[in-house]
Design a protein around this ligand. Structure first.
Ligand code: BG6
Length: 467
């Protein structure tokens, strides 16, 4: 394929602190909400007891092994690595006046290691975790005070890393709070809609404050939001299905509308009114929200369908958002429907809507891998998935969409978010660890490692129109 990717396209991969670092109590780190969910982001909240070891406690031990892992990313030619800062390494309980120096020093070392190879960091301020202290003592994002704590944290890391990190993201998949309130906003999963939207509102205000802080502090810094790009199609062309699809897409686009357009979209008034949702939005909040993001980032794994037909609505649903399956698409082993064309469509939808640069910060195939007798791992299924999605990214660029970069999810195997499994692997690099935590943690290059290295080296020229 002749390359459509711009010269400075940011090729790379994406991980998150709680899914790779482990060391969950090392160097003064406090407990995060993620540490209390050993079963994953939808899992029950489990009180910690000494000696308890959810798989995330060690994860892939990135905290200690990052130099080796960064060297492997560099070998693939990464221009960019997305990871997150664990808020609890910096403010262990969340409400301290003074940050934890050991936590700050860890990320200094990590960013310095990346700089050795010219790998630019793309840093998420909060990826599915917050200090549990803020949940226990303040009620999480339900409390307006959490905005201040987050702003203090954001300003602290912007000051500290302003010469090392130029690209930032505020909240990972901010729209996920609608599906996993504890993970997203630190509320009980059975909270009322008013409570959830109030907490979301606080988070949106905090996001806008972080945008302002980044612009104030980081010279040349750019900051984006991060959406779970769960694009929906109507299951039929029945007008009611089309309208319902628009409504359901707005459930998540609403977040982008606030963050990129600077205020609540008109359609939310009716939604709040008809669902009897009360949200306190002050005049000051409205002013703060006018500070909009520089770019839009999103994850994309699959699309889904919408129908108003009750019977079809009840069919078995397997993917992360419980979407109605599309009869034209195949699914991964985890029931996530594979739709490369949907990525081109989504890029166009977002660009038409926001007219801001886009960054694909997650995309990939979670699959079981097999080690052959000769030690190789021939993950052609993963190569095909990524090839086909990247071809559609190239098409979108040709459509005129401004795409800053692409960081595939989990370039190294990590703990999955939804069920905290190791066997759901996304990596170009295999990590020897199983779902029970057994394994040497040794790293091993898969076939896709060499494939991705060639894609980056050729700036996309080595992609095949059809895998
Ligand atoms: C996104 C998250 O939802 O999808 C990641 O931002 C997550 O944290 C990824 O890992 C894939 O989901 P899973 O459940 O397969 O890990």
């Amino acid at each position: 394929m002749s390359s459509k990717f711009p010269d400075h396209f940011l090729w790379g991969g994406a991980v998150a602190a709680n899914q790779v670092e482990g060391a969950y109590q090392t160097d003064g780190k406090g407990l995060s909400t993620s540490d209390l969910q050993p079963q994953g982001i939808f899992g029950a909240i489990t009180p910690r007891v000494d000696g308890d070891s959810g798989i995330k406690d060690v994860a892939i031990d990135f905290y200690h092994r990052y130099p080796q892992d960064i060297a492997l990313f560099a070998e693939m030619g990464f221009k960019c690595l997305r990871t997150s800062i664990a808020w609890t390494r910096i403010f262990p309980q969340g409400d301290e006046d003074v940050p934890n120096e050991a936590g700050l020093a860890f990320y200094d070392q990590l960013f310095d290691e990346m700089a050795k190879y010219g790998i630019q960091p793309l840093i998420t301020l909060s990826h599915y975790e917050m200090p549990y202290g803020l949940v226990k003592n303040y009620g999480g994002w339900g409390n307006r005070k959490t905005i201040e704590f987050f702003e203090r944290y954001a300003r602290t890391v912007f000051e500290r890393y302003k010469h090392k990190v130029k690209h930032w993201l505020t909240f990972n998949e901010i729209n996920m709070s609608l599906h996993a309130p504890f993970t997203g906003v630190g509320l009980k999963d059975d909270s009322s809609k008013s409570e959830i939207y109030q907490a979301i509102h606080h988070q949106l205000v905090a996001s806008a404050k972080a945008v302002k802080a980044c612009h104030d502090i980081v010279p040349g810094g750019k900051i984006g939001n991060m959406l779970l790009g769960g694009i929906l199609y109507p299951l039929s062309c029945k007008p009611e299905d089309v309208l319902e699809t628009q409504r359901q897409n707005r459930d998540w686009l609403f977040f982008g509308d606030v963050q990129a357009r600077g205020g609540y979209p008109a359609y939310m008034q009716r939604f709040f009114r008809e669902n009897n949702i009360q949200v306190e939005i002050t005049a000051e909040d409205r002013k703060t929200l006018r500070e909009t993001v520089d770019f839009i980032s999103f994850s994309y794994y699959m699309s889904g369908c919408v129908t108003t037909d009750e019977q079809q609505n009840n069919t078995a649903r397997a993917n992360i958002l419980n979407m109605v399956p599309n009869p034209h698409l195949a699914s991964s082993e985890w029931g996530w429907q594979i739709d490369p064309v949907g990525l081109r469509y989504l890029l166009n939808v977002l660009y038409d809507r926001y007219q801001k640069p886009l960054f694909i910060v997650e995309n990939g195939l979670g699959a079981k891998d097999r080690i052959e007798a000769d030690g190789s791992i021939n993950d052609d299924y993963r190569i095909n998935y990524l090839n086909d999605h990247l071809v559609q990214v190239a098409e979108a660029i040709d459509d005129g969409v401004e795409v800053m970069g692409y960081t595939s999810w989990g370039p190294i195997d990590l703990v999955s978010a939804s069920k905290a499994e190791m066997s759901k692997r996304y990596g170009f690099i295999y990590v020897d660890r199983d779902d029970t935590g057994k394994g040497s943690l040794e790293r091993r290059r898969k076939k896709s490692f060499y494939w991705y290295r060639d894609v980056i080296q050729s700036n996309g020229n080595s992609l095949k129109d059809k895998a």
